[in-house]
Design a protein around this ligand. Structure first.
Ligand code: SAM
Length: 288
C-alpha cells in the first residue's frame, strides 16, 4: 500500500520537512486512491517502458510508476522537495529525479542513451499545462502516450469538436498530433489542498508521424492557417487568412477547391478540412 495517498500521511510528510504546498507551483497533491488507479489504468505501463513524470511532488505517483516501468525520470522544479523525494523514493532504484523546470527540458538530451518506448505520466501543475503539453507533442522524441491529470476545462478544449465554444487552436493542434480520450473526471477532494475546479484524466496516443498519417506535405502551412483563423476568430476565413499573411487570391482559390464558402469562420472547420486547405495552399504556393 502506498501510504502517501492518505491525506494524513501527506500532512505528516509536509510537517516533518517544514513545508507547505506551494500554490504558485500548482502543488495540489493527489490523495485519492481511485484517481491514482485511473491514471495508472490509462497509462497501461509495460515493464520495458521508460516513464517521464513531470512534477513528482512528494513521490506518490512516482512510486507506482517505478513499480511498473523499467525506468522513471521525474522532473521537479521545486528544489525544496529534494529531501522529501530522497526519503519517499529511497526504496526505488529505477527512479532518477531531475530538479529542473520541465519547460526548459531538452527531452532528446535528457533521454540520450535510454531505449524507447517512452511515455509521460503526470498530475500536471495547471499553470503550465498548455506549453508543457505542446512542448512534448512537438518534441523530436516520440512519446507513445501522454497521460495527464488536467483541469476539466482544458480537457474539454483538447477534445472539442468544430463549431463548439471550446474548439480552438489547442484542440486542432493536439488532435493533429494524437488521438484524444478523456478517461475520468476527478473531483477537487482528490487533492490536498483541493483546487477550485474539477480535473480530468486525459489519455493521448501520439501518432508517430502525423504528417504522413494525414498525407500532409508541409505541416507549417497547417499551423499558420490555424493560427491565422483563430487569431481573429470572429472574422470570415478569407479575411482572417489574408490578415494572417496568406495571398488573398490563393485563399479564394483554395477555399473554392475545398468547397468552403469564403464567408465561413475558422471555428466551423474540422481538422480534416484544415488539412485539405493546407494541402491545397501548399500546392498553389508551389505552382506560384
Ligand atoms: N505528482 C504529485 C502528485 O500527484 O501528488 C504532485 C503534483 S502537483 C499538481 C504538481 C507538481 O509539479 C508539484 O510538485 C510542483 O512543484 C511541480 N512543478 C510545478 N511547475 C513545474 C515545472 N515547471 N517543472 C517541473 N515541475 C513543476
Amino acid at each position: 500500500m502506498n501510504d502517501l495517498i492518505r491525506p494524513s500521511r501527506v500532512a505528516e510528510v509536509l510537517c516533518k520537512f517544514g513545508l507547505a504546498p506551494h500554490k504558485g507551483l500548482g502543488q495540489n497533491f493527489l490523495v485519492d486512491a481511485h484517481a491514482l488507479e485511473k491514471i495508472l489504468a490509462a497509462a497501461d505501463i509495460r515493464e520495458n517502458e521508460l516513464i517521464v513524470e513531470i512534477g513528482p511532488g512528494l513521490g506518490t505517483l512516482t512510486r507506482e510508476l517505478a513499480k511498473r516501468a523499467r525506468h522513471v525520470v521525474a522532473v521537479e522544479k521545486d528544489k525544496k522537495l529534494t529531501p522529501v523525494l530522497a526519503e519517499t523514493l529511497a526504496d526505488y532504484t529505477n527512479v532518477q529525479v531531475i530538479f529542473q523546470d520541465a519547460l526548459e527540458m531538452d527531452w532528446e538530451d535528457c533521454l540520450e542513451g535510454q531505449a524507447p518506448p517512452y511515455k509521460v505520466v503526470a498530475n500536471l501543475p495547471y499553470y503550465v499545462t498548455t506549453p508543457l503539453l505542446m512542448g512534448l507533442l512537438e518534441s523530436p522524441v516520440h512519446f507513445s502516450r501522454l497521460v495527464f491529470l488536467v483541469q476539466q476545462e482544458v480537457a474539454e478544449r483538447i477534445q472539442a469538436k468544430a463549431d463548439t465554444p471550446e474548439y480552438g487552436a489547442l484542440s486542432l493542434a493536439v488532435q493533429y498530433y494524437a488521438e484524444v480520450k478523456v478517461k475520468a473526471q476527478i473531483p477537487p477532494r482528490a487533492f490536498f489542498p483541493p483546487p477550485r475546479v474539477s480535473s480530468a484524466v486525459v489519455e493521448l496516443t501520439v501518432r508517430e508521424c502525423p504528417s504522413a498519417y494525414f498525407g500532409l506535405t508541409d505541416e507549417r502551412v497547417l499551423f499558420s492557417l490555424v493560427r491565422a483563423a483563430f487569431g481573429q476568430r470572429r472574422k470570415t476565413l478569407v479575411n482572417s487568412l489574408t490578415a494572417g499573411g496568406f495571398l488573398r487570391s490563393h485563399v479564394l482559390r483554395a477555399l473554392d477547391v475545398c468547397r468552403i464558402l469564403p464567408s465561413t469562420r475558422g471555428e466551423k472547420l474540422d481538422l480534416a478540412a484544415f488539412i485539405a486547405l493546407a494541402q491545397t495552399m501548399t500546392r498553389l504556393r508551389e505552382e506560384g
